[in-house]
Design a protein around this ligand. Structure first.
Ligand code: GRF
Length: 202
């Protein structure tokens, strides 16, 4: 059975990477994690991937001070690993034009709010959940969307809703949304893998 080769880009703990990798090990999974790229050499995401035996690459402004070289090195690494789908999951850097062009329509991101609400530059981490609470929203939840040049502006692929409770704090809401992310992202990747045989190579 051919499996979609997924590259995950992550910056910090990598709980979405862990959820995706766990799902990829299930019998019915149509995808595998082919590569993890991280911009932070000591991150939980890279450590997890190394321990799990997943190929990893550390790339950042330190390893490649020239942004164009970084973009090209990332593009080349993704191609070299036979990547069919790029997933940015808690990746705090913008992708360069070469990567975006090479994988046009095959780069997805997970955002911890119901886009187009509470997205855009600066809207990451606690700021997102603070904005949801400040707006008095009754629901929140993750969005999986295509990556374009603008932050959080590409087409929405899927969302799932969780309630915002009256006594929620940023932490309690973040925890509820993150749990929903861990279900939504593997489900979306599985659907893409099932429907996109052209980008699967093994
Ligand atoms: C998640 O909330 C994701 O939506 C956001 O960053 C967080 C990453 O968490 N983009 P993790 O590194 O996957 O644990």
């Amino acid at each position: 059975m051919s499996r979609l080769r997924v590259a995950v880009l992550a910056s910090h703990y990598g709980s979405n990477l862990r959820a995706l990798h766990g799902a990829s090990l299930e019998g019915e999974a149509r995808f595998g994690i082919a590569l993890v790229i991280g911009n932070n050499s000591g991150s939980g995401a890279l450590t997890y991937a190394r321990e799990a035996g997943i190929p990893t690459v550390h790339m950042s402004g330190r390893t490649h001070p020239d942004p164009e070289e970084l973009d090209e090195a990332m593009r080349a690494a993704l191609v070299a690993h036979g990547t069919g789908l790029v997933v940015t999951a808690g990746y705090m850097k913008k992708l360069g034009p070469r990567v975006r062009q090479e994988f046009n329509g095959r780069i997805i991101n997970i955002h911890p709010a119901l886009l187009p609400l509470h997205g855009g530059k600066g809207m990451y981490g606690k700021a997102v959940h603070e904005a949801v609470l400040a707006a008095g929203d009754a629901v929140s939840g993750p969005t999986v969307h295509f990556v374009t040049e603008e932050y959080d502006a590409g087409g929405v692929i899927a969302q799932s809703e969780v309630p915002v409770l009256p006594d929620d704090t940023v932490e309690s809401l973040a925890e509820r949304v993150l749990a929903a992310e861990h279900l939504l992202l593997p489900a979306v990747v599985q659907i893409i893998a099932t429907r996109a045989p052209a980008s699967a190579d093994r």
